[in-house]
Design a protein around this ligand. Structure first.
Ligand SMILES: [Zn+2]
Length: 178
């Protein structure tokens, strides 16, 4: 096992990987998410690490060194609003990143192994339309990095039907007895 794989296994999927960071930079068009400057970008934590923020995809945005050090441990929005380069649109984009990054998190996860494929619970996923659009945008922009993950249909309808029939029968039986 490579040291990278070992690290990954050790940290689990919650920590920021190189690919996630690349996606993050791409989302913000390779520029500082606050002032818009391009160039060397640092990993800025929306919620500062000192305040239990994590080095995790939804908590990380690209910022130039100047914004990053100016922001320090301040709450990002209140700091941002005081800057002359503040715009509502940029703040919105950052807010969207938080939800968007969480929705794409699973795209980075490795294929589950055979034994982990046995899933019997019903899963309902709700993804906002603009998030889906953004995923396609990323896929189209960097088709090699954004592989299509086959969505496995996890339908619990058979079990649910059988279960509700079972409950119905039980109620019927009880009514008869009473
Ligand atoms: Zn900046």
């Amino acid at each position: 096992m490579s040291s990278e794989a070992q690290k990954k296994r050790h940290d689990g999927q919650s920590k920021l990987t190189e690919k996630q960071w690349a996606a993050c930079i791409d989302y913000f068009d390779s520029s500082c998410c606050y002032c818009g400057k391009s160039g060397k970008l640092t990993k800025d934590h929306l919620q500062p690490l000192k305040q239990k923020g994590e080095l995790e995809i939804a908590n990380v945005v690209p910022a130039c060194a100047s914004c990053n050090s100016s922001k320090k441990d301040n709450q990002w929005l209140s700091w941002f609003q005081k800057q002359e380069f503040y715009t509502k649109d940029k703040a919105k984009l950052i807010q969207k990143w938080i939800t968007f990054s969480l929705s794409i998190k699973e795209l980075f996860e490795e294929e589950p192994s055979e034994s982990e494929m046995v899933i019997s619970k019903e899963v309902t996923k709700q993804i906002a339309p603009d998030t889906t659009a953004a995923i396609f945008w990323l896929k189209n922009r960097k088709p090699n990095e954004w592989r299509d993950k086959k969505e496995t249909e996890l339908s619990g309808s058979v079990d649910v039907n059988a279960r509700s029939q079972e409950i119905k029968d039980r109620i019927k039986g009880r009514l008869k007895d009473g």
